[in-house]
Design a protein around this ligand. Structure first.
Ligand code: SF4
Length: 695
């Protein structure tokens, strides 16, 4: 083949939940990547991170062979040791003495299998995912309102809306291709309006009609004021109202909240009410600014209440829309990746659901109660209750709140296994066994994006060294622990087919997630699978949910939740007078193990920084580009001062990406306390309290 004849492979981007399709080809000149014009998520577009994917697949820093206690080992030694130590620990201390901490980077087949191993065969629900840090509040909010964790709409709704409300979402930087789609729609229909609700002025405000720079954590009060105003103006949809339970109580609570706590002026709030209530086609997009909160689930329900009350859900250009962080956060939700869920949106704590899954898997054990959520899991490791943990494709020593304590917990743990592509992450350094994993561009499987579209990730590169796919590692350990038949797979298509067949079982419980149309998929059909939005069954294909007013609750009605504003858990005080917000920057991803490999992406913002308001900086004698020490009750870090009025007085912002390797003293999650939402277990990563001093 000449270079130009090398065929392109259709795959999916490695990064965010937009789930853009990419075309890959590996030639003598190296990997080439471009946007897939036929993928419905991006229609050929890519953002800066996606378009730099080819520059991030080099082998420097790769983990290429198993290691035991820092020494090279062969696969049999490593897998035998993992299986033996897990079995011994379970025999001595019970199944809940082991745990798995996994990731939205896993493909659906990997995710399904590790959940099957933990929940079905080991008999522990101590498996949680870094998606707990990302969208657990949305899962809880959806389930409370709809009965299931269902995203009602599709990406097309973002283009069809007349009003887009971005709340707690810097879409321009964090989901750039969706922002590009909205910008293109706005260019074609300039009357389309955008409202941004965010304490910071971000790039997403550039084209906004209105920026509401509310006080951090006051979203419930703002959306409650909207719900109260909807009721006051008689804007509740009379045709949809019979499909909602609890609306009167929700409105009653909403009326008691005082919107003044938002710090917004009455005029700003009235403008928001007028635009929202006066526009039929509204999409409210929400993301980490809503989720990462000790009141995250209530924030989600406050938003859902407004869409339910007005019947603006499941219709073209209408609906609440959660955008997920990672490429397969949605797939993880679907396979039951969270400690309180089972595959196919079944509930672990529902005896009928549990029995159905147990029977389908022919499983010897099933836990009867939810396992430990991420923060509690690492606490239990620190307390010695969990004695063996397998961490797959995530770096909790950087990304968990109270990150220094997470490091201490892992240092004291009897047995830590880490599967990763990178050899020397802050977490991998603490592992007793390191298992080299295949990475993006090498793996074969499926992912689900934020609008329920299942896409294939296909390999275009050979798997280097002795690395192996995650599903293969998990199946090997399952077989060695004594379940050869249950973990007898040769190809990810077999796992996907089994998962689809399980969704057939789940459908009889009236669940939303149904991909039973794939249960007879051949391997060649799997290889050729086109991006497909679920459900995929004999009776339903893709589309929107809930326009007909039928929900997945026992009585088929949605629930409006009576929620009340609660302030962030940590209070500012004399010693810690500033509110710390954390988040992403445009060109970096997570802890930079991939994006950090290309100088091009570091050219945008090359070092850890803290945004600080000019008056707060002046009060501390901080000048532009000074080094600043941030100190919180849990830790401290050094950041470059970026003095800007984009950040409210009294607030500071710092990015999450820099790690022990790239900037030893700028691990921002060391500053964040491990306070969580009582409903969702999601940490409050956007409302820590700190002090800023010139360094
Ligand atoms: Fe990848 Fe997200 Fe960028 Fe699309 S928007 S190219 S999925 S990082």
């Amino acid at each position: 083949l000449s270079l130009n004849d090398t065929p392109w492979t259709r795959s999916t981007c490695a990064y965010c939940g937009v789930g853009c399709g990419v075309l890959l080809r590996n030639t003598a000149l190296g990997l080439e990547v471009k946007g897939d014009p036929d993928h419905p998520a991006n229609k050929g577009r890519l953002c800066s991170k996606g378009s730099a994917l080819a520059e991030t697949v080099g082998l420097e820093g790769r983990l290429l062979a198993p290691e035991i206690h820092g020494r090279p080992a062969d696969w049999d030694q490593a897998l035998d040791l993992v299986a033996t130590r897990f079995k011994e620990t379970i025999a001595a201390h019970g199944p809940d003495s082991v745990a798995f901490y996994v990731s939205g980077q896993l493909l659906t087949e990997d995710y399904y299998l590790v959940n099957k191993l933990a929940k079905g065969f080991i008999g522990t629900a101590n498996i949680d995912t870094n998606s707990r840090l990302c969208m657990a509040s949305t899962v809880a909010g959806h389930k409370r309102a709809f009965g299931t964790d269902t995203v009602p709409g599709t990406y097309d709704d973002l283009e069809e809306a007349d009003l887009i409300v971005l709340t707690g979402s810097n879409l321009a930087w964090c989901h750039p291709v969706l922002y590009q789609r909205i910008m293109a729609a706005k260019a074609a229909r300039p009357e389309m309006k955008i409202i941004v609700i965010d304490p910071r002025r971000t790039a997403s405000c550039d084209q906004a009609e209105l920026h509401l720079a509310l006080k951090p954590g006051t979203d419930v009060a703002l959306f409650n004021s909207l719900l109260a105003e909807i009721a006051r103006r008689g804007a509740v949809d009379p045709k949809f109202e019979p499909h909602i339970a609890g609306l009167d109580e929700a409105v009653g609570n909403a009326e008691m909240d005082d919107p003044a706590v938002t710090g917004l002026s009455p005029e700003e709030i009235a403008r928001f009410h007028d635009l929202w209530i006066g526009t039929q086609k509204v999409v409210t997009i929400f993301s980490q600014g809503v989720n990462q909160s000790s009141a995250g689930a209530d924030k989600v329900n406050a938003i859902l209440n407004c869409h339910l009350a007005t019947g603006r859900i499941g219709l073209p250009g209408c609906g609440p829309f959660s955008v997920t962080g990672q490429p397969n956060a949605m797939g993880g939700r679907e396979v039951g990746g969270l400690a309180n869920m089972l595959a196919c949106h079944l509930d672990l704590e529902n005896a009928d659901h549990r029995a159905a899954v147990r029977s389908f898997w022919d499983a010897p054990e099933m836990p009867v109660a939810a396992g430990l959520k991420a923060v509690d899991m690492f606490r239990a490791i620190g307390e010695g209750k969990i004695k063996a943990v397998w961490i797959i494709h995530t770096n909790p020593v950087v990304s968990m709140p109270d990150a220094d304590r997470v490091a201490e917990a892992l240092k004291g743990c009897d047995f830590v296994v880490v599967s990763d592509v990178t050899r020397a992450t802050d977490t991998a350094r603490l592992a007793h066994v390191l298992l080299p994993a295949a990475g993006w561009g090498e793996k074969n499987g499926t992912v689900t994006n934020s609008d329920r579209t299942i896409s294939r990730q296909r390999p275009a590169l050979p798997i280097p060294g002795e690395a192996r796919e995650d599903w293969r590692q998990i199946a090997e350990v399952g077989r060695r622990m004594g379940w050869p038949r249950a973990f007898d797979y040769e190809h990810p298509a077999e796992i996907f087919r089994e998962y689809a067949a399980l969704s057939h079982v789940a459908a009889r419980f009236g669940r939303d997630f149904d991909i039973s149309g794939f249960e007879s998929l051949s391997q060649s059909d799997y290889d050729a699978l086109e991006p497909t939005r679920w459900p995929v069954s004999a009776t339903r294909q893709g589309g929107r949910f809930f326009a007909d007013g039928t929900f997945f609750t026992p009585d088929g009605r949605a629930r409006a939740l009576a929620v009340t504003y609660r302030a962030p858990a940590a209070k500012t005080e004399k010693r810690y007078p500033l509110r710390l917000n954390t988040g992403r920057i445009r060109d970096q991803w997570h802890t930079m193990t991939r994006t950090g490999k290309t100088a091009r992406l570091s050219a945008h913002l090359g070092e850890p920084f803290v945004e600080i308001h000019p008056e707060d900086a002046a009060a501390k004698g901080i000048k532009p580009a000074d080094l600043v020490r941030l100190t919180s009750p849990t830790g401290q870090g050094i950041f470059r001062a970026l003095i800007t009025e984009a950040t409210r007085k009294g607030d500071v912002f710092a990015p999450i990406h820099w790690t022990g390797e790239t900037a030893p003293s700028a691990r921002v999650d060391a500053l964040v306390a491990s306070v969580t939402d009582p409903v969702s277990g999601q940490p409050e990563s956007k409302a820590a309290v700190v002090r800023a001093d010139r360094f």
